[in-house]
Design a binder for this molecule. Structure first.
Ligand SMILES: Cc1cc2nc3c(=O)[nH]c(=O)nc-3n(C[C@H](O)[C@H](O)[C@H](O)COP(=O)(O)OP(=O)(O)OC[C@H]3O[C@@H](n4cnc5c(N)ncnc54)[C@H](O)[C@@H]3O)c2cc1C
Length: 456
């Protein structure tokens, strides 16, 4: 067992300086150098029972093995190991919260291994060396699969079904494939050239894309079902959670995704302006999660006058809460690169009503709440501390309150697909709003189900 973890510390900061990065939409993270990778991979203890692989990573990535290969400088071997389980490591290594690191044994007493950055280095080595190439199957079956939705779930399923020899066509309502990778996640976390590079490989491997085509509007799902042997619906969870309090009808209150999508479209040249701009405005983001943090980063890049993010839940503890002991994903305070760039964060505030002038929002009246915690420190219920209301001034309010779980039955009825034997679901459509890595896993599982169905 290596004892390097006792001598080498995890690198604390991997971003460009805040002053520099806030002026552009390029990725904020700086890749590790070869020397840093050699050292950081040595921090892996090569545990007999690697929880990072078994409990943490939904893909079951062979983490201690690829860490060791990187430490030995054997990049080819590291790539073989990573690609054995992972569909798009260049994507997960940029956007995954790194569930694996939450269950890294070193996290018990020290800081976990930098698994995500090591994964990124491996896949970028593989691209640089030409090891990732289009690969069409040698033999095609006579089976056709149609996939609705080109997000990570649909794309992961497409790869495996194509590899199995089936004819795969992906329908996508947007102009570019990628789903929320393309239109939700900001460029400063994931450069869209990285998504495009992968899509080109899929196209050259024989997967067909039909873009700018909304199934259920431009073409009926029933029609498509009749033209294939299996239909996979992986169209995400499109309905954002609203905040229906008095004043909701005022101008300049927008859903987070509308704001983020507008900026991504402008960055790619798909549109010439942003439909919702934070420039010169006092921005209030309601919702303390990752989508809210993406709004903070985007608002600062657009030149907001000030940015405040509020959350109804209490401020999480600085370190792992006893309610989520190792190897569970830790409930603890997370400060993103966007928060570092400038933002006031406040917790335990309930929004009561929007106030405005001439039809424009001017503020939100909030009331503090007090939470009752479980014996392990987990918030359970809250009461409002009435009489302590205050108004937070804002000219732009962004609602980042998550997405509603799709009503699958209603969706299938709307598409006239109820009880059809050859219809499958994957990704957020099947599981509810989740993570890119989980959508990929679910797409892979759906591909296996479809392949079994087609083989029978
Ligand atoms: C703003 C934001 C930031 C996020 N950041 C992260 C992050 O950093 N890390 C992370 O792990 N997760 C993140 N997530 C969650 C993650 O993006 C999703 O869990 C994941 O993309 C779900 O994949 P999916 O393939 O199921 O659906 P989606 O990515 O939503 O893709 C569904 C696709 O289906 C298409 N579609 C829908 N209806 C139709 C139709 N009728 N016809 C044709 N096409 C259709 C859509 O246009 C879309 O392209 C974020 C989510 C949001 C909203």
């Amino acid at each position: 067992m290596s004892r390097d973890f006792m001598k080498i510390e995890r690198i604390g900061h991997v971003y460009r300086s805040a002053g520099e990065r806030v002026r552009d939409f390029k990725e904020v993270e700086v890749p590790l150098t070869e020397k840093q990778l050699h050292e950081q991979s040595a921090r892996c203890m090569g545990c007999g029972i690697p929880f990072c692989h078994g409990t943490g990573c939904p893909l079951g990535n062979l983490i201690p093995d690829f860490n060791e290969a990187v430490h030995q400088g054997d990049w080819r071997q590291a790539w073989e190991l990573l690609s054995a389980t992972s569909s798009f490591p260049e994507l997960t290594s940029r956007v995954c919260p790194a569930l694996c690191e939450g269950s890294c044994t070193e996290g018990l007493n020290l800081e976990p291994v930098m698994i995500r950055q090591i994964e990124k280095a491996i896949v970028e080595h593989a691209f640089a060396n030409g090891w990732i190439k289009p690969s069409a199957p040698e033999k095609r079956s006579d089976r056709k699969v149609i996939i609705v939705g080109a997000g990570p779930a649909g794309l992961a399923a497409a790869v495996l079904l194509n590899k199995a020899g089936h004819h795969v066509t992906v329908y996508e309502k947007n102009h570019f494939p990628g789903g929320l990778l393309r239109y939700g996640i900001p460029d400063f976390k994931l450069d869209k050239a990285v998504v495009e590079r992968r899509i080109r490989i899929l196209e050259e491997s024989g997967i067909r894309f039909v873009l700018d085509t909304e199934v259920g509007r431009d073409v009926s799902a029933e029609y498509l079902r009749g033209r294939c042997d299996a239909l996979l619906i992986s169209c995400g969870t499109p309905v954002p959670r609203d905040l229906n309090i008095p004043g909701r009808e005022l101008e300049n209150i927008h859903f987070a995704l509308e704001f983020l999508q507008g900026q991504n479209r402008a960055n790619s040249g798909e549109s010439s302006t942003v439909p919702v701009s934070a420039k010169g405005k006092r921005v209030l983001v309601i919702g303390g999660g990752d989508t809210g943090s993406d709004c903070v980063g985007t608002a600062n890049r657009q030149g907001a006058r000030s940015v405040t993010q509020i959350e109804i839940m209490p401020r999480p503890p600085e370190t792992r809460s006893p309610s989520t002991p190792w190897p569970f994903w830790p409930y603890q305070l997370r400060t993103s690169s966007s928060h570092e760039e400038g933002c006031v964060r406040r917790w335990e505030l309930q929004s009561k009503n929007f106030s405005g002038e001439n039809g424009q929002v001017r503020g939100v009246e909030v009331v503090p709440v007090r939470w009752t915690l479980s014996p392990f420190g987990r918030p359970q219920k809250f009461e409002e501390l009435s009489g302590k209301t205050e108004t937070i001034e804002a000219d732009l309010v962004l609602l980042a309150l998550g997405f509603l779980k799709l009503d699958r039955k209603a969706m299938l009825e709307r598409l006239h697909l109820n009880d059809a034997p050859n219809v499958f679901l994957a990704g957020d459509t099947a599981t509810g709003p989740s993570l890119v890595v989980r959508a990929i896993v679910d797409g892979r599982k759906a591909a296996a189900r479809i392949d079994r169905y087609l083989s029978n």
